[in-house]
Write a protein that binds this ligand. Structure first.
Ligand code: SAM
Length: 232
């Protein structure tokens, strides 16, 4: 459970060099010292497909997957290590180095502000989150009014929050809560055509691929974090 995990008291206490050694050459330096900070967070990253797809598209952007299951987190860690060493032995360029992605085992519903400071993130991903179908379990959903306040805090103005699910009821739930939140505004589909992240969020995660094999629906909703609250 949570108390076995090693959470930083505040973002500046965290040693990011162990996650991104190539970006933090001197061990122990934190983000502020080297100027590098995590900008993308994949909440409930599962087996890591999104991080691996985005890594070469944004080679100098640091991305972190957050995953609560121990075995899954360990798997993603090994997967990234393997990609990094393959690249080392072939001497490829930065775009295929996978030095910009990492994973942390954590409960993202509780500790986001311990890892990220205000306005640090430019993108947040919620891909195929657990649906918690039963009414009594809805409060366990990862998008709720309370948690949206936290996500708005760590996202910078104009930062983007992506949600995808195959569960229509959960999609409607996420849209309702985001629409009702003063700091989020939905981005219309036609404005997403040039966003290179959209094909990745729709098709590159393990869950997204499973839904595709089963010919299921996929519902996308993307929101911009506003600078000032909108009128409701
Ligand atoms: N996003 C991945 C994908 O599309 O393949 C995984 C989707 S899977 C259905 C949901 C994941 O969220 C699971 O791996 C689960 O362990 C993780 N998860 C659930 N609650 C979490 C929490 N509070 N913090 C971090 N991860 C969580």
């Amino acid at each position: 459970s949570d108390h076995q995990l090693d959470y930083p008291v505040q973002p500046s206490d965290y040693d990011w060099s162990k996650h991104y050694p190539a970006h933090f050459p001197a061990a122990g330096t934190n983000g502020e010292a080297s100027g590098k900070e995590v900008e993308f967070a994949d909440i409930g990253c599962g087996y890591g497909g999104l991080l691996i797809a985005l890594s070469p598209l944004f080679p100098s952007t640091l991305m972190l997957g957050m995953e609560i299951r121990v075995k899954v987190e360990e798997y993603v860690e090994k997967r990234i290590q393997a990609l990094r060493s393959q690249n080392d032995s072939k001497g490829r360029d930065e775009a295929e180095s996978y030095q910009n992605i990492s994973v942390s085992r954590m409960n993202a519903m509780k500790f986001m502000p311990n890892f990220f400071k205000k306005g640090q993130l430019s993108k947040l991903f919620f891909l195929f989150p657990d649906p918690h179908f039963k009414k009594k379990k809805h409060k366990a959903r990862i998008v709720t009014s309370t948690l949206l306040a936290e996500y708005a805090y760590v996202l910078r103005p104009n930062g983007i929050l992506y949600t995808v699910t195959d569960v229509r009821d959960l999609h409607l739930w996420m849209v309702k809560h985001l629409d009702e939140h003063p700091l989020f505004e939905r981005i219309p589909e036609e404005d997403l055509r040039d966003d290179p992240c959209v094909p990745c969020v729709m098709g590159e995660t393990e869950e997204g691929k499973k839904v595709e094999r089963n010919k299921g629906d996929k519902f996308l909703a993307v929101y911009r974090r506003l600078e000032k609250g909108k009128e409701l």
